[in-house]
Design a protein around this ligand. Sequence first.
Ligand code: SF4
Length: 317
Amino acid sequence: MEKLILEIVDGRQVNEDEVLKLFDFDIEELFLAATKLRKKYKGNKVKICSIINAKSGQCSEDCKFCAQSAHHKTSVNVYPLVSNEKIEEVSNKALENAGCFGIVSSGNNLTDEEIDRLCDLLQKHKKADHFGASVGHLSDESLLKLKNAGLKKLHHNLETSESFFPNICTTHSYEERKDTIKRAKALGYEICSGGLFGMGESVKDRVELAFTLKDLGADSVPMNFLMPVKGTALENVVPLMPTEILKTIAVFRIILQTPDIMICGGREINLRDLQSMIFYAGANGTMSGGYLTTWGRDPQADKQMIKDLGLEIDPHR
Ligand code: SF4
């Protein structure tokens, strides 16, 4: 057994140079350290979250992976912000299986009218404290309005490292993304922020992202794995191997230690038969029931997988 793994299991935190070496270790050794940390901080509990793509397509931003960018020619559905009735209907169904429900919209921001509409929904919804929102860049005023309406969790992915971000998006800056997170954190929001892997970034970029999320105090870290979409700039990227995905999850648990680590888009397609191993790699949650523009698994199948592993579903956010 590598000395570094034994030290991690013993509770020593590692620096960036040490972490890079972990990618060369056997996956079983990383599973040992990551499972130990998951159990230490999360016990036997696993979280399930679910989302609605509440506003789709025609985004002015040029994120190279995204089927919803107007810079790409994809066959994604395009529609404006759906009605509050529709969000309520989908959320009520989703929260039968999930502990957290995310309202996700395309675009780098919502209009004042759209923010007011979401505030109205949150004020009236009995389970508003289970809601998160992923609605792009937000002013202090909009953040406050949503918070006063009952929103507890703000989702805003960094997507990748600051060093690699210019390869992925040129229409807004990494600083802008971090700024939204910092201001939301200062206002008392729980922060849900993670990234997308398999876009051509290096292992060093992944480690850099994990340390940035740690510095920002992310409470929950969603990890997505690229499913190349025809018509996007990344349509020909070769997907990551399942073992590389699992090692990346384990390294995130080792760096981040305490936050929730949620495995989201790309789980089923990229991990295939190895998807139940996300929990041995240190994840303590997953998204179920479908993603923004791609299919997901039936939540009942995910619940069965969790039960079969001897884990319990956490009914709370
Ligand atoms: S990731 Fe978000 S901001 Fe970027 S193109 Fe897609 S919808 Fe727009």
